[in-house]
Design a protein around this ligand. Sequence first.
Ligand code: LLP
Length: 410
Amino acid sequence: MAIDNDRLLELANEYGTPLYVYDGDLIEKRYNDLINYISWPKLKILYAMKANYNLSVLKLIYSLGGWLDTVSPAEILLAKKVGFKPENILYTANNMTDSEVDDVQESGVLLNIGSLSRLERYGKKYQGSKVCIRFNPDVVAGAHKKIQTGGKLTKFGVLLEDVDTVKSIADTYNLRVIGLHEHTGSGIDDTNAVFQSIRNLLSIAGRDNFPDLEFIDFGGGFQVPYHPEETRIDYGKPGQKIGTIFSDYCSEYGRELEMYFEPGKFIVAESGYLLVTVNTLKDNRGRLIAGTNSGFPQLIRPMFYEAYHHIANISNCDGKHKNYDVCGNICETGDRFAEKRAISEIREGDVLSIENAGAYCYAMGGVYNLRAMPAEVFVYKNEIKSARKRLTNQELVDTIIGECEWLQNL
Ligand code: LLP
């Protein structure tokens, strides 16, 4: 483990719980791992900032030379604030509005368009522009059905068989298609699915179809082991194979193109911990329930995707293991981080560490039941930085009142 339990416990004492802690050194390592795995000289890593948009994380990615995959105009604003240049950002929202497209176009960021009707409207308004096209790779893969993005049942991308229509729209409006994109899903543990998606996209990416290509973007989705018994995919070999497939493609294309990947989870998931305190223990006829001071609005993955997050009792690491339901403080029965989970004996006041909480945890959070989101702390090269504070109850209420003008004089 990168940040040891004693250190986590110190941070819990210093900053209070619930608290998110991120390990910057591990983020740096994962970023470099990926670069080393994928053998292609013109490789670009576009970190999917939707996974974790904490400013410390973004600054680190920036300092490592990373680029960004963005999905909303606000993400672009934040990215620019950190220093990312528009030409190092790709915009891949779905079901975009006209005004959003105008904002992004004005910001100088390249749009990645995944529907024929949007492409048509974009072409009409911005004739002669550069554009990227998102295709649906027609491969169904990913850790949970809610996060599989390929195949005809999903809303994402243009179907591969519509390539001729894409070409004719592009020709009509003189659009220069400089990039092609696909994203198959999140948490893909089947590398054959990855190769298949790549091949499917490349099958329509010939020079006859798209003579102006500068890059091909194969999306995110790299697997991260969440369960201690899940094997970690060694991306070394698959990365080499991807290099070979791409090299063959580029030789045929006649030019060495850039290869993009857009990892989110792989870069940040393992770096994060959510520290929570158990304040209420119950023994319901043998069913042990540990009630904590956090809840699903602060980490929704177990409730939403039945996702497994490992939980350690860092106040009593050597205690005898018992099975616990680890619950939150929200008024819903499904508000559980784990069910019948073997954890070393929990006492009221103990701090639990919910692991792999760096991706899509804080980022998917909210203030349901009006409880402020946890603070965030960033640890990098032995330095501890407070990366975002927890709002006080008064500040939380003030933001709500502040959002509603007519209420301000209450
Ligand atoms: N590129 C595109 C176009 C995406 O839609 C996504 C994720 C990524 C890249 C990054 O995928 P990653 O490498 O992180 O798997 N909230 C879910 C995951 C949703 C992923 C959404 N799109 C979860 O907590 O599992």
